[in-house]
Design a protein around this ligand. Structure first.
Ligand code: NAD
Ligand code: ZN
Length: 265
């Protein structure tokens, strides 16, 4: 029988070669990549807030029923994320995106950590599910960057639109809502053109995001998965690496010699 550490070493080596030789790479990330930055995942052990499941709060019905409660949860998440910083996996992905023209990031995360890691340079990560640090008017649809703490003590203190006074909502895509068609089209185009789709830290159960790896596969590209657990995608992946994002991603995307000199010099 193969020793697990030898098998892992071989898988990482094979994945490194695929990554190195690919002209077009799309990285698809989920909550797992931010877990080691301290952002809880939805389906992990610490995925509950008070007694609520995310699926019961991140919906248009929940907001219609009790906007104060939903804003209180988003306010808590916004404060939590404000105290987190990008980790080594976000940073390795951001430098690859800066250095390689065909390398793009598509994320389901709303924490903004990919954008923070990439800074001003390089292409912006596509945020399929919106952002915690953006707010949108439910009446006139205006949206704005918003890192303010949320005061959800009463309906009267909830965020409002400066233009029309309408009730505002987090600018995220909730369960049961459609993704922005332009963002989804761009992500699908990137996935179908990719030689490699690297899927990191997603339970691969939320569609259409989870389908993007299959778009790559059906177009003849390879799929590499990095996750601490098995997912519905694992069986179909060309290489499935069992490990944490922070441990594995910097190994798959080593810094180029010039960058390494800059960092250590
Ligand atoms: P999920 O919570 O359903 O799944 C997380 C996945 O990450 C699991 O498969 C788990 O095994 C894996 N994982 C956990 N820790 C890991 C680590 N250290 N390294 C590698 N893998 C790890 O998250 P999802 O698939 O992204 O889907 C849930 C939805 O929730 C998404 O739509 C997303 O928008 C939203 N969400 C976002 C955040 C965020 O922005 N950080 C956090 C929670 C949920
Ligand atoms: Zn408005």
């Amino acid at each position: 029988m193969t020793r697990p550490d030898v098998a892992l070493h071989d898988q990482v080596a094979a994945a490194c070669l695929l990554m190195r030789d690919a002209d077009h790479v799309v990285v698809l990330t989920g909550a797992g990549i931010s877990a080691e930055s301290g952002v809880p995942t939805f389906r992990g052990a610490d995925g509950l807030w008070k007694t609520y499941r995310a699926e019961d709060l991140a919906t248009p019905e929940a907001f219609a029923h009790d906007p104060r409660l939903v804003w209180e949860w988003y306010g808590w998440r916004r404060t939590l994320v404000a105290a987190c910083v990008p980790n080594a996996a976000h940073r390795a992905i951001a430098s690859a995106a800066r250095e390689r023209p065909g390398f793009r990031v598509v994320t389901q995360n709303v924490d903004g950590l990919h954008a923070q890691a990439s800074g001003a340079g390089g292409p912006r990560p596509l945020e399929l599910h919106g952002s915690l640090v953006r707010t949108r008017c439910t009446r006139c649809e205006q949206r704005w960057d918003d890192r303010q703490p949320v005061d959800a003590t009463s309906m009267a203190t909830l965020p409002r639109c400066a233009a029309c006074g309408g009730l505002a909502r987090p600018d995220v895509v909730w369960f049961g809502e459609a993704l922005d068609p332009d963002v989804l089209d761009e992500a699908t185009r990137l996935a179908s053109a990719a030689d490699v789709c690297l899927v990191v830290g997603t339970s691969a159960v939320v569609y259409p995001a989870a389908g993007l790896a299959n778009v790559t596969r059906h177009a003849g590209g390879r799929v590499i998965e990095v996750n601490i657990a098995e997912t519905p995608l694992t069986g179909a992946a060309t290489i499935a690496i069992r490990g944490t994002a922070v441990d594995m991603i910097p190994r798959l995307l080593p810094a180029s010699p010039e960058t390494a000199t800059e960092v250590h010099g």
